[in-house]
Write a protein that binds this ligand. Sequence first.
Ligand SMILES: C[S@@+](CC[C@H](N)C(=O)[O-])C[C@H]1O[C@@H](n2cnc3c(N)ncnc32)[C@H](O)[C@@H]1O
Length: 226
Amino acid sequence: MTTPDDSYTRTRERFDSEAVARDYVAKKNSMESSKNLREMICITAALDGVGPGSRVLDLPCGTGRLAGMLLGRSYEVVAADYSLPMIEAAKAYRRETGLDATAQARLTFEQQDVMNTTFDDDAFDVVICNRLLHHYPSSETRRAVLAELARICRDRLVVSYYDSFALSALKFRLRNRLRGVTPTDRVPISSKIFRRDYESCGLRMVRKLPVRRGISPQTYLVLAKA
Ligand SMILES: C[S@@+](CC[C@H](N)C(=O)[O-])C[C@H]1O[C@@H](n2cnc3c(N)ncnc32)[C@H](O)[C@@H]1O
């Protein structure tokens, strides 16, 4: 395992509280938000052709907003996160939104660290890593995470990152320049830099799905082993 840098440790600690988990459910689990809905549409499109019964890992699962959609597609789902408060909030959310017994039996929750999981090689048909990599400004950290996810993924890796080819990424850069600060979180990067990251982990791009092309930096890639 790579020596963790500040962003890795900071991101792990930041979500490791009940208050943050409560707030996250309210902000992120609602499909009334057009942003959340657009992300869900991209992730669903990234799963095109993944058949029922596939083993799918959602890491980090946060407060479990993908679980309903994944179970609805008849996958065997493992939802994992480092933060126990986030996992507890995800379980509570699942109980509140209701699941029949067969769906319930296809869902398990686990505490896992994305850089050092306890899963076997090729343990999952699909691994989804939603809204994590943009918290890591260094290639070294992103590569350590991507390498671990590639190791446990047999077929398809679905990842999101912040692409600098977007209007709001430009605003982000300008705002920080005017303030004279060097941002250390949610930093948009070029697709070229990100390509070097995943290619160095033996991955190639199969599909690119920007949430709002040229406007929002949030972008999904479907990656496969090269
Ligand atoms: C921005 S949230 C995204 C959650 C979820 N993927 C979503 O889109 O709703 C980031 C998540 O990463 C988790 N996390 C941070 N560092 C982690 C690590 N090293 N291993 C596993 N999970 C981690 C946090 O606990 C948090 O739930």
